[in-house]
Write a protein that binds this ligand. Structure first.
Ligand SMILES: Cc1cc2nc3c(=O)[nH]c(=O)nc-3n(C[C@H](O)[C@H](O)[C@H](O)COP(=O)(O)OP(=O)(O)OC[C@H]3O[C@@H](n4cnc5c(N)ncnc54)[C@H](O)[C@@H]3O)c2cc1C
Ligand SMILES: *[C@@H]1O[C@H](CO)[C@@H](O)[C@H](O)[C@H]1NC(C)=O
Ligand SMILES: *[C@@H]1O[C@H](CO)[C@@H](O)[C@H](O)[C@H]1NC(C)=O
Ligand SMILES: *[C@@H]1O[C@H](CO)[C@@H](O)[C@H](O)[C@H]1NC(C)=O
Ligand SMILES: *[C@@H]1O[C@H](CO)[C@@H](O)[C@H](O)[C@H]1NC(C)=O
Ligand SMILES: *[C@@H]1O[C@H](CO)[C@@H](O)[C@H](O)[C@H]1NC(C)=O
Ligand SMILES: *[C@@H]1O[C@H](CO)[C@@H](O)[C@H](O)[C@H]1NC(C)=O
Length: 600
């Protein structure tokens, strides 16, 4: 028996609730009570067949108070962004990043997930593609459909992309609120007329274009819907425990099998103890801390581990590589001479239903962003030596995997279904363009100087804009916004560019402006324990089991081999739902074999 505390609330001391003792062995031990961790915990404990423990370093924040607890991490200086450093923002609280995120709730395009299959090991046949993921988007999310009156804004919705009504509050809600700014309508009308831009049939259709999107909002209360409210609060299962304010220090092995984790209470590192897992240890610590825990446990690039003085369990060079995030420019803005008029049919009284704002987004491919340059950019990218812009000394398997990604991205740069720009219409002539599929790759690696200390944050090196192609794409995005605001439908309103403004005419001038103004993260870190074949630098297979050991899997944002053209939480929920099914042996017969081998 372990003597310190324990689930729910004794650590914050706010509620009177029975103190439940943490056992020393569970079937599944989940590391990280964040977005994926609590979803998997709920699903694995649902049937009552398995005992499940989730271990979370953050606290269970008081009910009703918007939690805001974060890790304190600063990135390495980014040479492609004038050597600046940036905060690395990740949630440290029950619910993880889903407890602190912006609640913008989107799916990627079908292409994003089909590419995951191309980058897979093929062992699960078709399940890691759009069709396979759609099934789990439907299971993961309960839609609050748009109210009929919002159709006047051009809001389209198609129920086929959503699941049935689950009639439960133990789910994650995607909600269309009634508040839509009529000022965005002129942008909607103008964007529809740009060659190549379509109106998506539904925000969840997997098709790029113009779409109104939801927020993760509880439709009954108007409050945040996140992994804690959907997958922990009120469940009260005897076989589902949550241990808060507890840090997982490393994974413990019985020979080659992950047998448990070493943990200690927050702030009390001398009180280390072991909790054992009969079936699996499941890593859900997020894309920054999952690679850290793997490396501290001896799974990672052997040369790094040796320098840190950590015995090598598995030489797995890809752990902490393939790091990706979206990048953005805070403002490209204009001023109107006269604002475009709001059409009369939108002068309707839409009752504010208290469910927040529904926003209009644009998601477009490179041929639409730049009909004149997309082919040149694609050719330049595909002719690069794949190692040229990766960190010096990158392992050959990782280069091979990146080469595969490079071939796929170059192909998709010439296609319309793969987005390279995402932007949201605010109603004002001001935009925050996001490079939604960067080709630069960063790293999340422990500092060999501080060795095996989990309290020392890993070195987070975004390496944003290390590959100049990302700057080329961002430059074309700025030029696209210029053309959109001053040409076509909107040309009559005589927009004047405010930012970047005069003096940024040439591509060279714009490129240096992009480097000076890009932020390397939209808080969507992914990819650091990629689901790719081992010979391509992957860390987990299609079954999400870590290569080289048994009984260890990763289920969080780290497994995405390539980032999706969307905010990332909805995709994380779908991954978590999918792996829970796989773990429970319900769906895929051939997995039974793999998993049985893994956990015997
Ligand atoms: C500020 C911010 C804004 C965002 N905005 C949006 C948005 O608007 N829409 C959207 O869809 N996505 C958004 N995201 C991204 C999205 O929330 C994440 O991609 C997603 O939640 C990641 O889920 P995860 O399960 O991989 O990790 P997380 O949810 O971060 O969970 C990881 C958990 O593991 C815990 N942990 C880590 N190390 C240890 C350890 N050693 N021991 C014990 N516990 C540990 C952490 O405390 C954390 O709770 C945002 C993220 C942030 C931070
Ligand atoms: C980050 O710093 C703040 C302020 O010092 C602190 O309250 C918080 O606990 C720190 N977060 C972590 C994860 O240590
Ligand atoms: C960034 O730092 C490196 C190494 O310190 C230096 O060589 C380079 O000139 C710096 N770049 C900029 C833009 O300041
Ligand atoms: C789902 O069903 C419940 C009752 O069964 C109902 O109250 C709720 O409005 C329904 N939700 C949706 C989105 O249809
Ligand atoms: C969900 O919660 C709301 C209030 O918060 C309640 O009215 C509704 O009946 C609940 N739905 C279900 C299916 O329990
Ligand atoms: C909107 O409609 C109201 C009456 O329904 C009218 O008084 C008002 O002038 C209209 N506003 C615009 C901008 O047309
Ligand atoms: C835009 O400029 C032209 C030429 O100067 C002028 O004729 C027109 O009225 C202006 N339009 C608006 C909406 O200000």
């Amino acid at each position: 028996m372990i003597h310190w505390c324990i689930t729910l609330t004794c650590l914050v001391g706010l509620f009177i609730s029975p103190i439940q003792a943490i056992k020393n062995t569970y079937d599944y031990v989940i590391v990280g009570g964040g977005t994926a961790g609590l979803t998997v915990g709920d699903r694995l404990s649902e049937s009552g067949k398995y005992s499940v423990l989730v271990i979370e370093y953050g606290y269970l924040e008081p009910e009703g108070q918007r939690p805001g607890t974060l890790y304190n991490i600063t990135s390495a200086p980014i040479s492609g962004l004038n050597n600046k450093t940036f905060p690395v923002v990740v949630g440290c609280v029950v619910g993880g990043s889903s407890a602190v995120n912006g609640m913008v709730f989107q799916r990627g395009t079908a292409k994003d997930y089909d590419i995951w299959k191309e980058l897979g090991d093929g062992s699960l046949r078709d399940s890691w593609n759009w069709v396979g993921m759609l099934r789990y988007f439907k299971k993961a999310i309960q839609l609050t459909p748009p109210k009929p009156e919002t159709a006047a804004f051009g809001l389209r919705h198609d129920a086929q992309y959503w699941g049935r009504n689950f009639s439960t509050n133990h789910t994650i809600f995607a909600t269309f609120g009634n508040v839509i700014s009529p000022k965005i309508y002129p942008f909607y009308e103008a964007a529809k007329k740009v060659p190549g831009i379509n109106v998506s049939p539904d925000a969840g259709s997997g098709q790029p274009g113009l779409q109104y999107y939801q927020t993760s909002t509880n439709p009954y209360t108007g409050e945040r819907s996140y992994s804690r409210t959907g997958h922990w609060d009120g469940l009260n299962r005897a076989n589902y425990d949550l241990l808060t304010a507890t840090r997982v220090n490393k994974i413990i092995f019985d020979r080659n099998r992950a047998a448990g984790v070493q943990v200690y209470p927050r702030g009390e590192r001398d009180k280390k103890t072991v909790i054992r897992a009969r079936k699996e240890v499941i890593l859900a610590a997020g894309a920054i801390h999952t690679p850290q825990i793997l490396q501290l446990s001896g799974i990672g690039p052997a040369d790094l581990l040796r320098r840190a003085g950590i015995p090598v369990k598995v030489d797995l060079p890809g752990v902490g590589y393939n790091f990706q995030d979206h990048t953005f420019i805070p403002a490209v803005s204009f001023s109107w001479s006269t604002s475009p008029p709001i059409p009369l049919h939108l002068n309707i009284s839409v009752v504010n239903d208290g469910l927040g704002r529904t926003s209009l987004g644009l998601s477009i491919g490179l041929p639409v962003i730049s009909p004149s340059s997309f082919n040149r950019i694609a050719s330049r990218y595909e002719s690069q030596d794949p190692a040229a812009y990766l960190p010096k000394g990158t392992h050959k398997t990782i280069i091979r995997g990146y080469h595969k990604q490079q071939q796929i991205y170059a192909r998709e740069m010439r296609a319309k279904g793969f987005s390279f720009l995402r932007a949201t219409f605010s109603g004002d002539p001001s935009f925050v363009p996001i490079v939604i599929h960067p080709v630069s790759r960063g790293t999340v690696l422990i500092d060999p100087a501080t060795g095996s200390d989990v309290e020392v944050e890993p070195i987070v090196d975004y390496r944003a804009a290390s590959n100049p192609i990302d700057v080329d794409v961002a430059v074309e995005e700025v030029k696209f916004l210029r053309r959109f605001l001053t040409g076509g439908e909107l040309s009559g309103y005589n927009a004047t560019e405010v930012v970047p403004g005069p003096g940024y005419e040439s591509d060279e001038a714009l490129a240096s402006w992009v480097r000076a103004n890009t932020i390397p993260s939209v808080y969507h870190p992914v990819g650091t324990a990629a689901k790719m074949p081992r010979e391509w630098g992957g860390v987990v297979g299609d079954d999400l089991l870590v290569y080289g050991v048994r009984g260890l899997s990763v289920v969080d944002a780290s497994i995405m081999p390539t980032i999706v053209a969307a905010t990332t939480s909805m995709t994380v929920y779908a991954i978590a739902e999918k792996v829970s099914d796989d773990l429970d042996f319900l769906t895929l017969n051939y997995l039974i074999k793999v998993r049985a081998g893994a956990s015997s």
